[in-house]
Design a protein around this ligand. Structure first.
Ligand code: FES
Ligand code: FES
Length: 174
């Protein structure tokens, strides 16, 4: 137990700093606190959704150092050295929608929206790695995320549209 740890209701709490969307947050959490719960309950970032809580649905996907991870499978205490990006952090610096968010809006990539934060983070990372996906690659990019509403067609269209928007923006700024 470190000097900064405390015990509450018989449980040891750890004072940790999480860097989320560019901002450092000091939180006191038990070692068993999931990152998804720390984001939602300790930091109030409820954009990260929790569906299955065992790594299957992808609703809780956040980026850790730019890579998509299931926040329901990671303890908050193991995320201290990482830069975490949640759906709240995807907007452009001026507050406008990111290409993936804009594409979802244009292509009707969501219905109830429960799965959407996980798709947005997953696709953001996917397009960073593969900025010009083929139709098949666009489908594969979202293969690990579950949606109960959309049949996935418009989500695949959104991946392709987001790639177009990103390329157009890059051409504009070149
Ligand atoms: S809530 Fe994490 S994968 Fe479903
Ligand atoms: S839009 Fe409803 S679960 Fe995907």
């Amino acid at each position: 137990m470190s000097a900064q740890d405390t015990v509450r209701h018989g449980e040891q709490l750890h004072l940790i700093r999480l860097r989320v969307n560019g901002i450092g947050h000091d939180v006191e959490v038990p070692a068993r606190r999931l990152l998804s719960d720390a984001l939602r309950h300790d930091l109030g970032l409820t954009g990260t959704h929790v569906g299955c809580e065992h790594g299957v649905c992808g609703a809780c996907t956040v980026l850790m150092d730019g890579k998509p991870v299931r926040a329901c499978l990671i303890f908050a205490v193991s995320a201290v050295d990482a830069e975490i990006t949640t759906v709240e952090g995807l907007t452009e610096p001026d507050g406008s929608l990111s290409p993936v968010q804009q594409a979802f809006s244009e292509c009707h990539g969501l219905q109830c929206g429960f799965c959407t934060p996980g798709f947005l983070t997953t696709i953001t990372a996917g397009l960073n790695e593969n900025p010009c996906p083929t139709h098949e690659e666009a489908r594969e990019m979202i293969a690990g995320n579950l949606c109960r509403c959309t049949g996935y067609q418009n989500i695949v269209k959104s991946v392709e549209r987001a790639a177009e928007i990103t390329q157009a923006k890059e051409a504009e700024s070149a």
